[in-house]
Design a protein around this ligand. Structure first.
Ligand code: 13P
Length: 301
């Protein structure tokens, strides 16, 4: 059990008609919230962090990816369900290479408005390096629009072309392909319209597991359809942070000046706000795991 290759999880999901969930964490509470839900439901799971956020040049303090790798790998090894550890969506190669050294067993490179040649070149290098470390590479072809939280406006994107995707996978040797089929990143409230026909065609032409990003903005009823049509992994991020933040706000809304600070953070009891946020996030993750039909698959991997 515990630390397993991401390809093993995606292949099992594909063969057994469910999707493995990737739920993006940003600290220890959020990481454990994901594992809590997976253990409660006996679901295989992919945990991890955003390469772009960890490596954000505007951070007030730079982060060390080795901390994240060590934490994630140890949490995976100690889990009661099979877990893979993904360094997701980094737009800078060095952090991905260091991520592999730090213990991540899956990596993904993205670059806004990148040319096809650039994506081929970077992914060929990444596949060589990652496979040497027994890690997997996920790539994305086509570009997801991103919703702007403040205005609700969406950036332009481009759908994944099935023939180009088949060629790209052959040319690079990537282990999984994220597809743009109408799904949107960071979409809260509204729901994206998935192009099921395009997904069908992609599944027919592309030989590796397909990944759906932008899980927050997908209508719950659409998950069963996309899984039936061949999506083997779904990424979820934004809604988890929203639930975490809303819970903290609610917990800290009342005057807490007379509450023991150790009860508010650290002791993990009824007044602990971080524990409340972790539990709320875990319930949200569990809801997705049921929609992804990954419940009780852990012991079959
Ligand atoms: P959302 O934040 O829209 O759920 O998307 C997450 C994601 O795709 C991370 O790769």
């Amino acid at each position: 059990m515990s630390f397993v290759p991401m390809t093993t999880l995606m292949r099992h999901a594909q063969d057994h008609h469910y999707a493995v969930g990737y739920f993006e964490a940003w600290n220890v509470e959020s990481l454990l919230a994901v594992v809590d839900a997976a253990e409660d439901l006996n679901s295989p799971i992919i945990i991890g962090f955003s390469g772009m956020f960890v490596d954000n040049p505007a951070r007030r303090r730079p982060e060390d990816i080795y901390h994240y790798g060590a934490l994630g790998k140890r949490v995976a090894e100690r889990a009661k369900v099979p877990v893979a550890l993904l360094l997701n969506e980094a737009d800078h190669l060095p952090i991905l290479v260091n991520g592999l050294k730090a213990g991540f067993n899956a990596v993904m490179y993205v670059k806004e408005h990148a040319t096809l040649e650039h994506l081929v070149e970077v992914n060929q290098y990444l596949v060589q390096t990652a496979h040497y470390c027994e890690a997997a590479v996920e790539a994305e072809l086509g570009e997801l629009p991103t919703a702007d939280v403040a205005t609700g406006k969406m950036s332009s994107g481009s759908l994944t072309d099935p023939d180009q995707a088949a060629w790209f996978v052959k040319e690079t040797g990537v282990d999984a392909l994220a597809v743009a089929i109408g799904n949107v990143h960071l979409l809260e409230g509204a729901k994206s319209g998935v192009d099921f026909k395009l997904l069908q065609e992609l599944r027919r032409k592309v030989p590796v597991p397909l990944v759906l990003h932008g899980g927050t903005g997908v209508a719950p009823a659409d998950f069963a359809k996309v899984i039936d049509l061949g999506i083997a992994k779904v990424n979820v991020g934004t809604v988890l942070k929203r639930v975490f933040i809303n819970t903290l706000k609610q917990q800290l809304g009342a005057d807490v000046s007379k509450v023991d600070p150790h009860d508010l953070v650290g002791r993990g009891g009824p007044a602990d706000v971080l524990m409340a946020a972790r539990e709320a996030m875990s319930r949200e993750v569990a809801g997705f795991l049921r929609l992804f039909r990954s419940e009780n698959q852990a012991f079959k991997v």
